[in-house]
Design a protein around this ligand. Structure first.
Ligand code: ATP
Ligand code: MG
Length: 211
């Protein structure tokens, strides 16, 4: 596969649902440490509904898949992460036109971050999912400019997001519920940046499987 297509997008969501279910307890524990403990449940339940809806009425294109994701997460996932990821996927849907090549992977990550920032007003260093998406964009851009395939570009983004999530450990949270803890948020990994790294990892997995 040269470009990313609707089968990739559907496979991504199936894999996302599986990985978020697999890591449900981990995300719950991370959120329990600095939040209210609902992130694992929010994400696994939300993506399970996404998969059901995609099976019931399969969209025709990548934008259609992302629209289903956005609408489902907005409607079914409470807390901060539902609207944040919902807006990210709504922007991602708008970005999915023309050639869905390596350069578009960069556009996709930029669109997602743009949605998250519009909604949540966070910048880097505030111990949020922004700290995973921002290095993901930089890594994707470097990969795309080096002529890497869409799958390789997604893998670069995913690895950078995982690294970004690890780097939230020493940060002090200044956005969301974790900010109520102040200094006591230091020493814990941010749950939202962790789920972002899983989402991007499964995007890469799906692209590699289709290659
Ligand atoms: N303003 C924000 N901008 C970007 N990401 C944010 C923001 N607020 C919270 N987050 C992300 O959302 C994650 C928490 O999502 P969760 O599903 O637990 O919702 P929640 O319990 O309502 O969130 P929170 O406790 O942060 O208000 C955090 O780990 C962080 O990555
Ligand atoms: Mg929470």
């Amino acid at each position: 596969m040269t470009n990313l297509d609707v089968e990739w997008a559907k496979d991504w969501m199936r894999r996302a649902s599986a990985i978020l279910t697999e890591h449900r307890m981990e995300l719950i524990d991370l959120d329990r440490a600095i939040g209210d403990g609902d992130h694992g449940e929010n994400m696994s339940r939300g993506f399970a509904v996404v998969v059901t809806r995609l099976d019931e009425a399969p969209p025709e294109d990548v934008a259609g898949v992302f629209k289903v994701v956005a609408q489902t997460l907005m409607a079914k996932v409470g807390g901060a992460s539902g609207p944040l990821y919902g807006t990210a996927f709504m922007r991602a849907a708008k970005s999915a036109e023309g050639e869905l090549d390596s350069a578009w992977v960069v556009t996709l990550c930029e669109a997602a971050l743009d949605g998250i920032v519009t909604r949540g007003k966070a910048t880097t260093g505030e111990k949020t999912m922004v700290d995973a998406w921002t290095p993901a964009i930089e890594a994707a851009r470097a990969a795309a400019e080096a002529g890497k395939s869409p799958a390789e570009t997604l893998r670069a983004a995913a690895d950078a997001a995982a690294d970004g999530a690890e780097k939230t450990v020493p940060m002090k949270a200044t956005k969301g519920r974790a900010s109520y803890l102040g200094e006591r948020s230091i020493g814990h990994k941010d749950p939202g940046s962790t789920s972002t790294s899983y989402l991007l990892a499964t995007a890469a997995d799906a692209a590699e499987a289709a290659a």
